[in-house]
Ligand binder design. Structure first.
Ligand code: NAD
Ligand code: ZN
Length: 351
């Protein structure tokens, strides 16, 4: 699965190239109500201003089949053909839903992604997974369908709240842990909330290259792509726990705490050096704070982890690290070890 990823702050020029490469008969723009207001007016391109624009509601609630149907209907009503092209301008919600709507319309029209959130840029817009939520389950319906081009820019991040920046940054930290220690050192010395322009673009390039390398080798998640699950087994459990208990945290925050816990497991089970755990925990504590839990939450968190994965008996499968840059998949971990990692997490975050 080869995806053309263009890194630039000259979006207009990159978009012309992307549209030219597809050579379609007509362009359609998909955005949500926020990117419609905040981002579209800042793109000075005829491919955007002259396109039929489809505006969907913002937020995860709108990532549904009902919205996809609305998008298909607007495409139908406005003369789209299989040779038309969709330009998805938004965060991961828009690129996931827009990619799915395009990939299934008339058996597939081309689409280009212009991610406008940090999480969208480093994760959702690249890698070819598209989809929507269904029957209360996240990303339950979808396809593997790569965008023809992904235009990565840092130009629109100035309107993102600090929380959104930090949420995306956690996925960048994950990529660095998978990649190597110099990449991680660079990130742990950065304040993402004030990083802009070319500096941000360089970081994006390095981070997305990690995901691309993995996806190119394992596009359909048969093995190596599981590396990208690092931090997510415990992270997803924390995220669901936070929603259940009315103190919802952004996905990336949950991943940040999940990474710390899974690095503790990596230290205990695979001898990952403890300095890595301490350095990461310190950074996460300083920038993300802590997710407060007590030992009374362990049962529920572990039950949520069991939902998340194919597991063997009582054990839960984890992607862990031998060293920075050296992942090991399918580690079946005993419940007791998970409890110990949560104990250590609470110690590190003074909970
Ligand atoms: N396909 C994949 O591989 C993959 C990977 C990770 C996440 N995802 C999906 O991505 C989604 C999360 O992505 P997200 O965090 O970007 O969510 P999102 O698209 O819902 O965006 C978050 C909020 O920011 C707003 N926004 C977007 N750009 C903005 C800008 N420049 N300035 C101000 N506000 C802006 C949006 O309107 C929204 O309100 C989830 O649905 C998740 O399932 C997919
Ligand atoms: Zn994630």
């Amino acid at each position: 699965m080869k995806q053309d990823v263009i890194f630039t702050n000259d979006i207009e020029e990159a978009l012309s190239r992307a549209v030219y490469a597809v050579g379609g008969d007509r362009c359609y723009v998909l955005c949500d109500e926020h990117t419609h207001q905040l981002v579209l007016p800042r793109i000075n391109s005829p491919y955007v201003s002259q396109a039929h624009t489809i505006v969907i509601e913002a937020g995860e609630e709108a990532k549904s089949m009902r919205t996809v149907e609305r998008v298909w209907q607007e495409l139908c009503d406005n003369g789209a053909t299989r040779h038309s092209m969709m330009i998805n301008i938004g965060g991961g919600m828009v690129t996931d839903l827009g990619g799915f709507a395009a990939a299934t319309f008339k058996r597939g029209m081309s689409f280009v992604n212009i991610p406008t959130t940090l999480l969208g840029a480093v994760d959702a817009a690249v890698g070819g997974k598209t989809g929507v939520n269904f029957a209360g389950l996240k990303n339950e319906v979808g396809t593997f369908a790569p965008a023809r081009s992904v235009v990565i820019s840092s130009r629109f991040f100035d309107t993102l709240p600090r929380e959104e920046l930090l949420s995306g940054f956690a996925e960048m930290i994950k990529h660095a842990l998978i990649d190597g220690s110099s990449h991680l050192d660079t990130l742990l010395n950065v304040d993402v909330t004030s990083c802009r322009g070319e500096d941000m673009l360089c970081m994006l390039q390095q981070s997305i290259a990690v995901k691309q390398r993995i996806v190119e080798q394992d596009p359909y998640e048969k093995g190596m792509r599981k590396w990208l699950n690092l931090g997510h087994t415990i992270g997803h459990a924390i995220e669901s726990h936070s929603h259940r208990h009315g103190r919802a945290v952004p996905h990336g925050y949950a991943v940040a705490w999940g990474l710390v816990c899974e690095l503790i497991l990596s230290h205990r089970l695979l001898k990952l050096p403890s300095e890595v755990v301490y350095a990461l925990a310190k950074y996460i504590d300083n920038h993300y704070g802590a997710y407060a839990i007590t030992c009374d939450d362990y049962d529920e968190l572990i039950e949520l982890m069991q939902h998340d994965k194919k597991n063997e008996g009582d054990k839960i499968n984890f992607t862990l690290l031998h060293r920075i840059g050296d992942c090991a998949v399918n580690n079946a971990v005993e419940r007791k070890e998970i409890e110990i990692s949560l104990d250590f997490y609470r110690d590190l975050f003074h909970l």
